[in-house]
Design a protein around this ligand. Structure first.
Ligand code: CA
Ligand code: CA
Ligand code: ZN
Length: 299
């Protein structure tokens, strides 16, 4: 038997079915005609060596038809829906690669403007759909999409379920972290400040009004840690101050290692800005006692 190829447009149609429905049944799939096809003109016969309804001018031995099993095993999809999508696109002039489609005792043809007619051939086409391609070179080689995947709408709940599954996966978590740490809405490529950037809370806000997401995230983490440190120190200072105000030659130790004096030293050591220290003392001790502590620190 001579070598043959399936015209590229139908290869792409079969591939699109496979992508739409990866688990589909293929028992009734076919391209090359069997002996019964060979006896009479059929688009399943190779056009240079077999009997075909049309002829073309090239010398490539091409098959111009595929059968696709109707068992798609894909929720929301039936072969009737697929046929509907493909026929509609042809009827609306958005596709012109097919000559006819046969399914469930009906035939749609380019010849009749893609209206449905009864198909009375021996095989009622209830187990598979038949797609015949035209014999024109431009259409044969056109492998652009057929509209099935485009129609494969994802429901909102499916989308959320998939995104959640992805976000919990190692790859999803890594991608999300990477996106946060590289996305910078603060400025465009030329350094111009973009609207909607994250407001810069820092002292350079006048010259740099917005900051990138990575910087903001970093500051949020640092602020959280500093917050803990401030609260710890305030607790130490408060205990130390109370001890000092009670009088006595040697203040008792605060915590396991920290004395009141060392706590005061720590808070005045420059690890915190003056504003941070003042605010921390005010919120922890109230204004009056904060002033007392301030005098102690100053002395
Ligand atoms: Ca040919
Ligand atoms: Ca050809
Ligand atoms: Zn067929």
């Amino acid at each position: 038997m001579a070598d043959w190829i399936l015209v590229p447009c139908l290869v792409s149609l079969r591939t699109e079915f496979n992508r739409l429905a990866p688990d589909r049944g293929k028992a009734s799939d076919g391209a090359l005609g069997d002996a019964s096809h060979a006896a009479s003109p059929s688009d399943h016969n190779p056009d240079e060596t077999g009997r075909t309804p049309y002829e073309d001018s090239d010398r490539v031995n091409e098959v111009h038809a595929i059968d696709v099993d109707k068992d798609l095993r894909k929720p929301g999809w039936t072969m009737a829906r697929c046929v509907g999508v493909i026929v509609k696109r042809h009827r609306e002039g958005r596709d012109d690669r097919l000559q006819n489609v046969i399914y469930q005792r009906r035939i749609w043809s380019r010849t009749w403007g893609w209206t449905a007619r009864a198909y009375t051939g021996a095989n009622p086409h209830t187990g598979h759909a038949h797609f015949s391609a035209r014999y024109t070179a431009a259409q044969e080689r056109d492998t652009s999409p057929w509209g099935l995947l485009e129609e494969d709408d994802v429901t909102k709940s499916e989308f959320i379920a998939w995104m959640t599954e992805w976000a919990r996966s190692t790859a999803g978590r890594e991608a999300l972290a990477r996106a946060v740490l590289t996305y910078d809405p603060g400025k465009d490529a030329s350094g111009k400040v973009l609207p909607g950037g994250i407001v810069n809370p820092g002292p350079d806000a006048a010259s740099n009004p917005t900051v990138g997401a990575a910087w903001a995230l970093n500051r949020a983490i640092v602020a959280s840690l500093v917050g803990h440190q401030i609260r710890d120190r305030v607790d130490q200072v408060q205990a130390g101050v109370e001890a000092l105000l009670r009088g006595g030659p040697t203040p008792p130790p605060v915590g396991a290692q920290v004395t009141a004096r060392s706590a005061l030293d720590a808070i005045g050591s420059g690890a915190l800005t003056a504003e941070e220290t003042a605010e921390a003392l005010r919120s922890a001790l109230g204004a009056d006692r904060a002033a007392q502590v301030g005098r102690l620190l100053g002395g």
